[in-house]
Design a protein around this ligand. Structure first.
Ligand code: NBG
Length: 808
């Protein structure tokens, strides 16, 4: 472990002087914000010192550098994490206490940057943590949005979006690097010219913006490696302030130039809002790709000169989903137009450098851009894509009888559109899915023609999570129990969690497992009381579904279950219910009406149940607003049931399933995504599985024998009643009925098999909760889940990427 501070005394001295010099005030007069700021600045500067050492080591040893390009990085708060990773959490806490400051209280001042939507962005952040832990020279490359994803408030049950101003007090971790800014050109026209007897291309008359990087340190556990995350902000190239307009009183107009440039990095787009055709999104994608590639190549050049053949040996560029798909053509453009390489050589270098992860099979999320928009905004890049596409078509073996179908499925340019997923596959040497089932579906269905053509490109990398953030840091009570039992080696090597299996039959230990869980439930109950004013009972079962709202994730199925239990409890006094708190949290894309209505339904059901004294001794429904990394860290440790109930085949992997499992929750889920691997590791008897499997879903869809109205008619007392209640005013008091959900479900013929899986789901829930009263058996299952969860550490995932994709 690196010694960041020689002693507590040294820390106190450095910290005091840091607080005073930053604030210009005597220590006693400084506010908590001053103190927080100074603490971060101190830790950041210590981290940068290690970063310099890391950098020297990388240079000396010629280590391969990995660049992870992602349009989202959901990093969460960093202070606590970095103190843990540097091994100085206790020292700093004690030192602060001597100065009369409380570390936990200071940590509350840290903004939680919402630079991502959900799993995809959080995965990127976990990967940064694991790359640094594994000693990989791994760097994030992304966007610095002025506003995070919106802030969610609940008004009359409905989601309201307001801006998330995470930068309003500044962000003490980042360092602005204007010296590394890159000029990005949009529009203009392509011109041919001759250089050394060779025909070359350049783009002229472009409208330029400046991409300015901000660097955030990434501190690896063990304190030996500090990498960085570089995020780009768009700014005007030069200050063009229209004084005339200003003097006329047109203030907005006077600064229009700046506003237009800055708009590119102003907002983070929701990932499921059907964003095609939004010019700004395309500009964002090009900006962080082009600026990122330029900075990657600058670093390479400074170390290896223009030996571009060596690029794939020293550099790996990983593209996280299709948003950075322009990496391929952009690298080609630079190598050819600026470095003078021939096409074939540039192509060989490019494809050996780039790799691609697919994160979804949802067709609406596989990005496509109209050729007209694309070619106008990026004329030279479009030419390069056109040439890649032409060569790809020409490479086709036309003797095969089905070559035309195959081409149609895999073409880059088709039907007036640029298809980014196909572009990504063609420009990469490796294509991976994020869980076994997902990769199987890619190979068999979504990308099957590519798989037939180049099976060697395809591989699986089941997702992982940072066990340090989501277990050690989020769940100190449990983490302490674990470390007391098996030592702290698990922080470094999550496989050591398996040692907990020894304690599965130790009643005293199991009791402590239960006590830690209880403490976490009390902590969450306090948070819920503060945030929502709702009392929830820590002795009830905490049944948790927290994730983005989407039809396929089936929050609707969950709330149908709650409605059904409520109905049965009212009609049948003998119906026994294990006291349960149903906890939901998550955001819906602002344009996704169905998802937003589902949130309103949950809150409306909550309003009725929580105020009905006939039932609220056994059930409460709780929607926690504004789901984000920081409150997720309170929710996962308190959960006992992990709801992972997507329609089988739809959830690529899921990662909250892993976080919850690691924290000892039992998965109530379908055989989907990584749930399947959870079941394989922990044993089916330690989870609760229900519902259609992916092949059954396919079969039923294909058969055409699935009828929503038949199911409705067949079960008037339960399912039928729940569906009636969408429109019969039962839950309308808060803000009206739910006709659109009713319509979506019945006219859409139960597209996501909510009705189909309803019975087996509710039955599974009843069986699972009935077993809760045997606390010993329950805690044993919980512990078994934690003991089986080490494989889901993102350290393991990253080692697989390193060995099988990056060769780093
Ligand atoms: C999401 C999937 C999840 C998966 C994460 C991380 C997108 C496009 N995909 O199932 O829906 O866990 O990616 O891989 O956000």
């Amino acid at each position: 472990m690196n010694t960041v501070f020689e002693s507590k005394e040294e820390f106190i001295e450095l910290y005091e002087s840091s607080v005073m010099s930053l604030s210009g005030k005597p220590f006693e007069d400084t506010s908590d914000i001053d103190r927080f700021d100074a603490l971060v600045k101190l830790i950041a500067s210590k981290s940068r010192a290690i970063q310099t050492e890391t950098e020297e080591r990388v240079k000396e040893t010629g280590q391969k550098r990995v660049y992870y390009f992602s349009i989202e990085f959901l990093i969460g708060r960093l202070l606590d994490n970095y103190l843990l990773n540097l091994g100085i959490r206790d020292l700093v806490k004690d030192g602060l206490a001597e100065l009369g400051c409380d570390l936990d209280a200071l940590e509350e001042y840290e903004p939680d940057p919402a630079l991502g939507n959900g799993g995809l962005g959080r995965l990127a952040a976990c990967f940064l943590d694991s790359m640094a832990h594994e000693g990989i020279a791994g760097y994030g490359n992304g966007m610095r949005y002025r506003y995070g994803l919106f802030k969610q408030e609940i008004v009359n049950g409905a989601q309201h979006e307001t801006t998330d101003e995470w930068l309003s007090h500044g962000y003490p971790w980042e360092v602005r690097r204007p010296d590394k800014a890159v000029r990005i050109g949009f529009g203009g026209r392509v011109e041919q010219y001759e250089r050394d007897g060779r025909m070359c291309f350049r783009t002229v008359d472009t409208e330029d913006v400046l991409a300015v990087p901000y660097d955030i340190p990434v501190v690896g556990y063990g304190g030996k490696t500090v990498n960085k995350l570089r995020v780009w902000s768009a700014e005007p190239v030069e200050e063009v302030f229209d004084l005339e307009a200003f003097n006329r009183g047109d203030y907005a107009d006077a600064d229009r130039h700046r506003a237009e440039a800055e708009a590119i990095s102003a907002i983070l787009y929701p990932n499921d809002a059907g964003e095609h055709g939004r010019l700004l999104r395309l500009k964002q994608e090009y900006l962080f790709v082009s600026a990122g590639i330029s900075s990657v190549l600058d670093t390479f050049r400074s170390e290896h000169g223009s030996n571009w053949q060596l690029l794939p040996e020293y550099v790996a560029i990983h593209t996280n989903d299709t948003h950075p798909a322009m990496c391929g053509p952009e690298l080609m453009r630079v190598l050819i137009d600026e470095e003078g390489l021939e096409w074939d050589e540039a192509w060989d270098i490019t494809t050996r450098t780039i790799s691609y992860t697919n994160h979804t099979i949802l067709p609406e999320a596989l990005e496509k851009w109209p050729i007209s928009t694309f070619s106008k905004l990026l004329p030279r890049l479009y030419q390069v894509i056109d040439e890649i596409s032409r060569r790809y078509r020409d490479s086709f073996d036309r003797s095969a009888h089905d070559w035309q179908d195959r081409l149609r499925a895999t073409a880059i340019l088709w039907d007036g559109e640029v298809r980014m997923a196909n572009l990504s596959v063609i420009c990469s040497h490796s294509v991976n899915g994020v869980a076994k089932l997902h990769t199987d579906i890619l190979e068999r269905e979504t990308l099957k023609d590519f798989y037939t053509l180049t099976p060697q490109k395809f591989n699986n990398k089941t997702n992982g999570i940072s066990h340090r953030r989501f277990l050690a840091e989020a769940n100190p009570a449990y983490a302490k129990l674990i470390s007391d039992a098996i030592g702290t080696g698990w922080l470094d090597n999550a496989d050591e969690l398996a040692k907990l299996a020894e304690f599965e039959n130790d009643p005293a230990f199991l009791e402590q497992v239960g006590a830690a869980k209880h403490a976490n439930k009390v902590r969450l109950a306090n948070y819920v009381k503060r945030e929502c004013g709702l009392d929830i009972d820590p002795n009830s079962i905490f049944d948790v579904q927290v994730k983005r709202f989407h039809a396929y994730k089936r929050q609707l199925l969950n709330i149908f279950k709650v409605m059904d239990i409520y109905n049965r409890r009212l009609t049948d006094p003998n119906f026994r219910v294990a006291p349960t708190t149903f906890i939901f949290s998550g955001k819906a894309a602002s344009s996704y009406a169905f998802a937003k209505e589902t949130i309103r339904l949950i809150n409306s059901v909550a309003d009725v149940i929580n105020n009905d004294s006939r039932v609220n001794n056994v059930m409460k429904v709780c929607f926690i607003p504004n789901f984000r990394v920081s409150n997720a860290q309170l929710i996962y440790p308190a959960a006992e049931i992990s709801e992972q109930i997507s329609t089988a085949g739809m959830e690529a992997s899921g990662t909250s399933n892993m976080k919850l499992m690691m924290n000892g929750a039992i998965t109530l889920g379908t055989m989907d995504g990584a749930n399947i691997e959870i079941v394989n590791l922990a044993g089916r008897e330690n989870e609760k599985i229900f519902g259609l499997t992916a092949p059954e879903v396919d079969e039923l869809r294909a058969s055409g024998m699935h009828f929503a109205w038949d199911m409705y008619n067949a079960d008037p007392e339960r399912l039928g009643r729940v569906i009636d209640e969408l429109t019969d005013n039962t839950f309308a008091a808060l803000s009206g009925d739910f006709g659109s959900i009713h319509n979506e479900l019945m006219s859409g013929n139960d597209h996501d098999f909510v009705m189909k899986d309803f019975n087996s789901y509710v039955q599974a829930w009843e069986e699972l909760t009935a077993s809760y009263s045997d606390h010993v058996a329950w805690n044993k299952m919980a512990l078994h889940n934690t003991a089986s969860s080490g494989w889901f550490s993102s350290d393991r995932t990253i080692r697989e990427y390193r060995d099988e994709i990056w060769g780093a």
